[in-house]
Design a protein around this ligand. Structure first.
Ligand code: GCU
Length: 415
């Protein structure tokens, strides 16, 4: 018996050691071990031709790159005509200490005999005739973003009230003359595996994982879609500045914000807050989270085809700098946090820097030649902004102040 116990203990030890080794190999945090890689050139067409004019970028190269991301990473939503019905469920012109108008709108999406509801919380600064607006989904439900007791809890929220207020600098946003609209991302796609039937996909005739083609989108495509539907509504309001809508997202929702902003050109500015792997960070760098890790941990985020690149990211026909390039010439801001090495801050900066060369087609300065900025010192060039701040994976006042400052400068406030 003793021998057997020893044998079992030995086997367990070997397995634990193997586990540690595998883990250590999987997550590299050593810049010298990033490896060499060659990025696909955003300005070289599939046929080898170099793009030198913005007209060719817009008419030919941009659509090529969009298709690469649709087919290989975020996937597409099938063609469908979805009806959106808007119902104001609550409104007050005395919110946030009397400085804001609060409006809560239920959007009902319907098609194919199915319907889904999204609850949108909107704050508008009082006395501003045309407000620029941030559209930003939240992680835990609308009522978790504020201490405002009149905010209605989102249908799938299990997180009570006011536990994520530090991420939502509503006072600052309103005092700066901006409106903000948020919704719980679960309203469009609950963030878990095997819940296609509970998401918006049945509106498109997709009812389960079995209906997914290689390039059918999953949750990130759905969250991006949700941001665009909120913008549809905002654009019906007289006091929203139609030229100054901004989509902003944190982390997995930063990935969704980038994808949304890349596709939906009604957004004049896009903000990626700590979006990391498969967001702003280059996939070809072996640093922090990898494509393989993200696909294994979150198989419901990206289209099925993305998983085929797990073992060989160099075979991806695109990389994340080209996602950012799709936003050109509109304003884009990429932000990282020093203690969020999992998201590869350096890889996020390099990606933005590489994307900025597409902005040069429009006459903007680029980030070419600039080295990685110091902590807490935002670097804004042309229409591209970047910062790395102290602290953890989070959204802070510093982040919001930077986004607002950048928007004030780049979107040229009219009021
Ligand atoms: C995990 C995941 C990241 C993601 C993050 C988040 O850490 O690996 O890719 O960005 O969650 O959404 O908070």
């Amino acid at each position: 018996m003793k021998t057997r116990n020893h044998l079992i203990a030995g086997i367990i030890t070997v397995f634990s050691l193997m586990g540690t080794t595998v883990q250590a190999q999987e997550t590299n945090y050593d810049e010298s071990k990033v490896g060499t890689y060659v990025l696909p050139d955003a300005l070289t067409m599939h046929n080898g031709q170099e793009v030198v004019k913005k007209e060719q970028w817009e008419a030919e190269r941009r659509p090529e790159i969009i298709k690469l991301f649709q087919d290989n990473e975020y996937g597409i939503l099938p063609e469908a005509i979805i009806n959106s019905n808007y119902r104001i469920v609550e409104e007050s012109d005395n919110a946030l200490g009397g400085k804001a108008i609060r409006r809560q709108v239920e959007i009902t999406f319907s098609n194919k005999g199915q319907s889904r509801k999204m609850l949108v919380l909107i704050y508008l600064p009082k006395g501003v005739k045309k407000c620029p607006v941030f559209v930003s989904p939240n992680f835990q439900g609308n009522a978790t973003t504020t201490t405002d007791p009149y905010v209605i809890e989102s249908q799938f929220s299990t997180n009570g009230r006011a536990n994520q207020t530090s991420r939502w600098s509503y006072e600052l946003i309103i005092n700066s003359g901006y409106a903000v609209a948020t919704f719980h991302y679960f309203d469009v796609y609950p963030d878990k595996d095997n819940v296609v039937s509970e998401s918006i996909y049945p509106l498109f005739g997709i009812n389960s994982n079995d209906d997914l083609l290689d390039n059918t989108g999953k949750s990130i495509a759905a969250w991006a879609w949700g941001c665009s539907r909120v913008l549809d509504y905002l654009l019906t309001l007289d006091n929203i500045d139609k030229e100054r809508a901004i989509v902003m997202g944190h982390s997995r929702l930063g990935k969704a914000a980038l994808w949304c902003g890349a596709m939906d050109q009604r957004f004049a500015m896009v903000v990626s807050n700590d979006s990391g792997c498969s967001g702003a960070a280059l996939s070809r760098r072996n640093y922090g989270e990898t494509v393989e890790r993200i696909n294994n941990s979150f198989p419901w985020w990206f289209c099925n085809k993305y998983q085929t690149y797990n073992q060989d990211v160099s075979s991806l026909p695109m990389d994340q700098h080209e996602l950012i390039a799709l936003i050109a010439p509109r304003a884009v801001y990429v932000a990282s946090a020093l203690e969020d090495q999992w998201a590869d801050p350096h890889g996020e900066f390099l990606s933005l820097q590489e994307a900025s060369k597409v902005y040069a087609l429009y006459g903007f300065d680029t980030l070419k030649g600039y080295s990685f900025p110091s902590v807490n010192e935002p670097l804004w060039k042309g229409n591209c902004g970047y910062h790395i701040r102290t602290g953890i994976h989070d959204v802070t006042d510093f982040d919001w102040e930077s986004y607002i400052g950048f928007a004030n400068e780049k979107l040229k406030l009219s009021e």
